[in-house]
Design a protein around this ligand. Structure first.
Ligand code: SAM
Length: 536
């Protein structure tokens, strides 16, 4: 994604050539007006009508690069308004008509800076003579942006420094710009590898070094290492896990069964799709914007991580203790918003002549569930309900055959999706969430009839939100049995054309468990957790 004319030459080499080729065909593109140092030249200047050196210094100071300014503005909004970068950046680029390679550069600069903030702060702490939290937050953001250009995007040093100083001058003032200049010059004195060695050497211990290098808060690195061990894996995998959080995932689609057929050209148009690794419903999209895929637009398909698909398929497929006695099964999604799993459940329910109730506490998220269910045939969805899932067990005891509890959680298993989320979470969130998780699971168990099943799901592997919640809830009741969740997940894996199913790596032998924990560095999915339980 790195724009060549910003002087960047990063990882996406193939893409880079593609862009250059496109530019050759369209020499009028505004991003062609970048000089070899990555500076944006005005159209007038490109035509040689006026040179910057003839402008008054004040005028010159105001003309900062739109792509860098966009990245700076998004970072400030993320910091000041708790905004999500992936929701703020695309409309901002559209409003400012930043397109093509400039948009690619702004995107890589924004997400890369947010994701690698921990590493860059460790480097900046070495170059600044006071604690970073004493700096003006806007100045700190400018320094992070400059550091990412220097060490993460391979923008030539002179361009990264001078353009970032111009950004500082235009947005935070001349004094701070001089400070930015001095600090970035120090950053540019060593290359990426040397900086990694320096921050590793300066760290308190091995985990602190990994957390800094792989840009995670230390408490998260610690929780994830504990989670690896607790779920039967080698805690030494922590480096690979943290590194996997720093790789943006490819877009995975779900072809909702009975609604979208993989061989139906009309559904997929010219989308470049390959089958997913694990779930029979998963398709990996290569390159295209999912919004252009007809089946995604009309709700026959959706964007959904393959781990989310697997846990949903496993709940729908696991045998009940006894059948529903001839009546259609009733399914419940207790925490449904924004509706990805509800839509897959509803498509499966339609094939099995079951019905679904989707419950969500937040009205605006309940509306998203309704939208996600747009393509489901009439009669399958009983209701999209706005309510507190904690009340369902008391209000409707034993009313359902299958219940999904996709509990609100820290999301520490999906850090690769939201570049800023790791910096937002605090250990205090965990205490609030785990109480709610226990209550929701208890309510779900009350809401299933004897023989009915409950899937407890989180997009976090953290032990306090997964194993400890389940153990604690089950300790208080004697009417629930744990099911063989690995077996349930294996039984829904895709079958290849040659009749084989993939071998899902899960702990075995002494480490074997009756729940399933997926991992980005092992399975290429979010770190989804699934425990299947059956009411006796
Ligand atoms: C992890 S998300 C569910 C994601 C959803 N299953 C999907 O696949 O799209 C958890 C949801 O639970 C909702 N929630 C939080 N507290 C709740 C409660 N007490 N009762 C019901 N829903 C709740 C949140 O608003 C959030 O939408």
């Amino acid at each position: 994604m790195n724009g060549g004319q910003h002087g960047a030459g990063g990882a996406g080499h193939g893409r880079h050539h593609h862009d250059r080729h496109q530019d050759r065909r369209r020499p009028d593109r505004e991003d062609d007006r970048r000089d070899s140092r990555g500076r944006q030249r005005s159209a007038a200047r490109s035509r040689g009508e006026r040179s910057a050196s003839r402008q008054a210094p004040g005028q010159r100071a105001k003309r900062t690069d739109p792509a860098r300014t966009a990245a700076f503005d998004v970072l400030r909004e993320v910091d000041e308004s708790d905004a999500y970068a992936n929701l703020v950046l695309p409309p901002l680029l559209a409003d400012r008509r930043i397109r093509g390679r400039d948009a690619g550069f702004a995107t890589e600069l924004t997400y890369g800076t947010l994701r690698m903030r921990g590493r860059y702060d460790a480097i900046l702490a070495d170059c600044v003579d006071r604690p970073l939290d004493e700096l003006d937050p806007a100045v700190l953001d400018v320094l992070r942006l400059g550091t990412h250009q220097l060490l993460g995007m391979r923008v030539p040093s002179h361009a990264a420094v001078s353009e970032t100083v111009a950004l500082a001058r235009g947005n935070v003032g001349t004094g701070p710009a001089q400070f930015v200049n001095a600090v970035l010059r120090r950053v540019s004195e060593a290359g990426p590898q040397e900086w990694l060695e320096r921050i590793t050497a300066g760290a308190a211990d091995e985990l602190a070094a990994l957390a800094a290098v792989e840009s995670h808060p230390l408490w998260i690195a610690r929780s994830l290492r504990e989670a690896l061990a607790g779920h039967g894996r080698d805690p030494g995998e922590i480096g690979a896990l943290l590194a996997a959080d720093n790789a943006a995932p490819r877009v995975t689609l779900v072809a909702r069964p009975g609604l979208a057929d993989v061989s139906d050209d009309d559904a997929w148009h010219d989308a470049d799709l390959v089958p997913g690794r694990w779930a029979p419903t998963a398709l990996v999209l290569d390159g295209n914007d999912p919004g252009t895929v007809p089946a995604v637009r009309d709700g026959r398909a959706g964007v959904q991580d393959e781990g989310s698909q697997l846990v949903t398929l496993a709940l729908a497929g696991v045998p009940l203790g006894e059948t529903a006695g001839g009546r259609p099964e009733r399914w419940l999604d207790l925490c449904a918003g924004p509706g990805g799993k509800s839509a897959l459940l509803a498509a499966l329910a339609a094939q099995r002549e079951a019905t679904l109730v989707a419950n969500e506490i937040q009205p605006h998220r309940a509306r998203l569930v309704e939208r996600a269910l747009a393509a489901i045939p009439d009669g399958v969805v009983e209701e999209v309900r706005i309510g507190d899932g904690r009340d369902v067990g008391t209000d409707e005891p034993g009313a359902y055959d299958r219940v999904l509890v996709d509990a609100p959680c820290t999301g520490l298993g999906a850090l690769r999706r939201r570049p800023e989320s790791r910096w937002r979470r605090t250990p205090a969130d965990l205490a609030t969430l785990t109480g709610l998780q226990r209550e929701l699971l208890g309510s779900a168990l009350d809401a299933v009839r004897p023989g009915g099943v409950v899937a407890y799901v989180t997009c976090s592997p953290v032990l306090a939100e997964t194993q400890l919640v389940v153990t604690d809830v089950l300790r208080r009741r004697d009417d629930v049995e744990r099911l063989d969740t690995p077996q349930a997940v294996r039984s829904v894996l895709r079958t290849a054309p040659d009749g084989t199913t993939p071998d899902l790596p899960l702990p075995s032998g002494d480490s074997a468990r009756d729940d399933v924990q997926l991992w980005p560095h092992v399975h290429g999915t979010d770190a989804m957790h699934l425990t299947l339980l059956r009411r006796r």
